[in-house]
Design a protein around this ligand. Structure first.
Ligand SMILES: [Zn+2]
Length: 325
């Protein structure tokens, strides 16, 4: 029996509704990245995203992270709370996600990487994808990785291999690796991220704030915070918050840890983050605990409405979901 059939039976039996009811006091935080359809970029397709928004509107009280924190402070958290969160700040949030959220009268929290919005930096996974998309078929050799063949038919597998390798490198080594790759491919890296990797702009974010969007920080340059020096850690936390205040006149009360896996959020990172922010969100599922606000778990978005129904009924397994997988 297929998963889809099983879920449809559970749905008819009221099992999903029962599970949602039993968990009604536990807020559910969803984590999205991209809302678009692209062969090399993992994302939720716009038509499936629209279906998901209609579904949650029917079954949940959708609020944003700042509203959640306010309710916790006032000790008046409503039942069936669901929060939509989006990481990084790509243009498709403005073009594809927000119009649907707005149309349903919902809200969301967008965690922005401030140098990315300032068009000063590419997010490295995007840069890898950009190079692969513009490469002619060839073979590349890298120290520590060996030979990688690039052809138009295996781009995703190649991206996975290179991405996994890059994730383990320090940001300096990663930059060197990507520059080396670009030079082997004879591609010059554009200074600003190009479509479909471009960010949404500050004026667009400002426009969405006026329409009810909530904004948090996702650092300045998107490093893994546990891997950088203490003074850099402070800069990533403080300067991103300051930039958001400067441009948007908003007090960002939350930090979304880049990459967000348990190993990326050391006790030192949490300790420093708690000096500047009221909460922190991670990139893996974890039952909500109001006493552990610097480590709020999130459920990864999916491009499958059946899985989405299971996940939003508290029935997903607590598997780890990497940010770029
Ligand atoms: Zn991110």
């Amino acid at each position: 029996m297929s998963k889809k059939v099983i879920v449809s039976i559970l749905e008819r039996m009221g099992a999903l509704a029962l599970s949602r009811y039993l968990n009604r006091h536990s807020p559910l935080i969803l984590m999205y990245h991209r809302v678009l359809k692209h062969e090399l970029i993992p994302g939720t397709y716009p038509e499936i995203f629209a279906e998901q928004m209609a579904y949650i509107k029917k079954h949940f009280n959708v609020i944003n992270m700042s509203q959640l924190l306010m309710h916790l402070e006032q000790d008046n958290l409503p039942e069936r709370i669901l929060v939509l969160t989006f990481d990084d700040g790509h243009y498709d949030f403005y073009a594809n996600a927000w119009p649907v959220i707005k149309q349903h009268g919902l809200t969301a929290t967008l965690f922005v990487t401030t140098n990315f919005i300032d068009q000063q930096t590419w997010l490295w996974p995007d840069l890898l994808r950009y190079l692969l998309m513009n490469a002619s078929p060839c073979e590349l050799t890298f120290e520590g990785l060996g030979t990688v063949s690039i052809s138009t038919t295996n781009l995703l597998a190649t991206w996975n291999k290179l991405g996994d390798f890059c994730l383990e490198l320090s940001s300096e080594d990663r930059n060197t690796f990507i520059k080396n790759m670009a030079s082997q491919l004879k591609i010059s890296i554009p200074e600003n991220p190009q479509t479909p990797f471009a960010p949404t702009t500050w004026p667009q974010i400002s426009e969405m704030i006026n329409e009810g969007l909530d904004v948090g920080s996702h650092s300045v340059t998107h490093p893994i915070l546990s891997k950088i020096k203490p003074d850099q850690l402070i800069t990533e936390l403080v300067a991103s918050k300051a930039r958001i205040r400067e441009i948007l006149n908003v007090n960002a009360i939350g930090i979304c840890y880049p990459n967000g896996m348990p190993v990326d959020i050391s006790p030192e990172v949490r300790e420093e983050a708690s000096k500047h922010y009221q909460y922190g969100v991670v990139a893996y599922p974890k039952k909500f605990n109001a006493k552990d606000l610097m480590r709020i778990g999130r459920i990864g978005a999916t491009n499958d409405i059946t899985k989405f129904k299971v996940k939003t009924s508290y029935l997903s397994r607590a598997e780890n979901i990497g940010e770029y997988k």
